[in-house]
Each structure stands twice: as structure tokens, then as C-alpha cells.
Design a protein around this ligand. Structure first.
Ligand code: AKG
Length: 277
């Protein structure tokens, strides 16, 4: 479901209790929610202008790593990427608080970029089973936040998702491969062919909150410009390794209260790293 927030909701950074419950319910049951165009065009443009040359250098040094003409790249923990609207927007935080409970933390600060000429990825979920022997589903414990830096259309390689319950399969059915071969408990790629999917069309600066287990794939970018999504992972307080993100002490000190809380496990006091470091 895609929600268009009112000026008042955007200005206050608060959803009324029913809307908040609806958003949390969509994440729990349907696997995701999109808030359209939350971050201002001016901020997103600044972020994109800073992102593009770093990404170009990264590709030059390291090459593509998630398929033809597409790459995952960690973000340096510095402005303009660490704007509070990106890392800890109050509306994003209110939904995550509700789904994961207080004390969750961010363990991943990165991006996904299909360039022109990219291809389909295999359908996948982004996490291995927590308990490989478990034949029952688990409640949400890990969520991905995506923020597109451009308007996402049919042409430029939208994220394609399989909502409606693929995140609620038995835990041992999570992930398309186990030990390098097809997961014997569920053939995700084959099953997805006969199941309903959606392409996530949205404006630059939208905020997607999705269960990390929900099946998805990148699709071909047939435009002439990159389609970047910023990507962060939030975990329940007891789950997941601490973020490996290095954060200079003064940068950490400058974060909002919530920003400090969610990055409390990062490598605080270390110089910011460029993605090729
Ligand atoms: O943003 C995208 O195109 C999806 C990327 C993705 O799911 C991945 O690389 O694992």
C-alpha cells in the first residue's frame, strides 16, 4: 500500500494513531508500506548529487556486484547521507517502533543501484533462516528501509515485490539458496513465477518499509539514468550483529536522540569510511 501523507502529517512528523496502526499492520501482514514523497526534492537532489560521483568511483575501483550493471554500495556515514530525514525520520521511526518494539537498531547503511542496461535479478529474500530447522513462521524481526533518489517508473528498473505473505513462510523456507543450492524447503524462484507481484512505482524521496523476508527482485533499468535506492536494515534489539559502520565521534554527537539510539552499536570514534576502503 502506498500512502500519501498530508502537509500536516509531514510537518508534524506524526501519524494519527489509526494511520500508524494501519501502516504497521501493512508491514506485519502485507510485508510493506510506502509513504510517497516524504523527503523534500531539494534534500534528495543534494543527496543524489553527492551519491553519483562516489558511486562512479566505486564502480571504477570495484565493479558491479549484484548482477549485470547493478551494484550494492555502502554509504559513508557523512552529510548529506545522514540527514535525520534519511536515517531516523520520525514517521519511519514510529512505524518501526511499533513493528519491532523499542530498542531496535540500524545494522546496515548502504544503497542499491541498477544502471541502464541492468537485468532481472532472481527473486529472493534478504535473510537466511534464523533457525534452519524451524517449520513455523516468525513475527517481524528485521526490516529494510528504502529511499529512492529518483522517481521510480516502469522504465528505470523498479523494485518488484511479492507482498501478501511471502515474508510469513516457515523460517526454514527463507532464502532462495541454502549451502549454495536451492532451498529444499521452498523453491522461491519457481513459486514466484505463479504468484502475484507488484512493481514499486514512487516519487524520489519516498520511504519504503518492508519486511526483510518479503520476496523481491531488481528489474531492468531501460532508461538512461541510474535508479538508486538508499537501503538501511533495522533489527529488533536482540537480533543481528552491530553495525560495522564507522562513525566519527563528532558526527555521532551531532545525531538526533533517535539517530544516536539506532546507531549505538556502530564503530563510534572511527573515521568515516568510503565504500572502497
Ligand atoms: O533495488 C533493487 O533493485 C533491488 C536490489 C536487491 O534486492 C538486491 O540487490 O538484493
Amino acid at each position: 500500500m502506498k500512502l500519501k501523507l498530508t502537509e500536516q502529517e509531514l510537518a508534524s512528523g506524526q501519524l494519527n494513531p489509526e494511520l500508524l496502526e494501519l501502516a504497521a499492520e501493512q508491514v506485519r501482514v502485507n510485508g510493506y508500506i510506502v509513504f510517497d514523497k516524504v523527503i523534500s526534492e531539494e534534500k534528495i537532489t543534494r543527496i543524489r548529487q553527492a551519491f553519483d560521483p562516489i558511486f562512479d568511483s566505486y564502480i571504477e575501483k570495484r565493479g558491479y556486484n549484484t548482477g549485470t550493471n547493478r551494484a550494492q554500495m555502502f554509504l559513508p556515514f557523512m552529510e548529506p547521507f545522514i540527514d535525520n530525514d534519511v536515517i531516523a525520520h520520525p514517521i519511519t521511526m514510529s512505524v518501526i517502533d511499533k513493528v519491532l518494539g523499542q530498542g531496535h537498531h540500524c545494522s546496515y547503511f548502504a544503497s542499491d543501484t541498477p544502471m541502464p542496461g541492468s537485468d532481472y535479478q532472481a527473486v529472493h529474500c534478504d535473510i537466511m533462516p534464523l533457525f534452519p530447522e524451524l517449520t513455523v513462521p516468525l513475527p517481524a524481526f528485521s526490516l529494510v528501509v528504502n529511499i529512492p533518489l529518483v522517481d521510480v517508473t516502469e522504465e528505470n528498473g523498479p523494485l518488484e515485490i511479492w507482498p501478501g505473505g511471502t515474508h510469513l513462510n516457515p523460517d526454514n523456507a527463507n532464502h532462495d539458496t541454502l549451502d549454495g543450492s536451492v532451498n529444499p524447503n521452498l523453491h522461491i524462484v519457481r513459486a514466484a513465477e505463479g504468484m502475484l507481484s507488484e512493481k514499486v512505482f514512487m516519487s524520489a524521496g519516498s520511504i519504503v518499509i518492508r519486511d526483510i523476508r518479503m520476496w523481491h527482485r531488481g528489474t531492468p533499468n531501460r532508461s538512461n539514468y541510474r535508479r538508486t535506492n538508499l537501503a538501511m536494515i533495522f533489527n529488533r534489539y536482540w537480533y543481528g550483529s552491530s553495525s560495522q559502520t564507522p562513525i566519527p565521534q563528532e558526527t555521532y554527537d551531532s545525531l538526533s536522540g533517535k539517530g544516536k539510539e539506532i546507531f549505538r552499536g556502530a564503530r563510534i570514534g572511527q573515521p568515516a569510511a568510503m565504500p572502497w576502503d
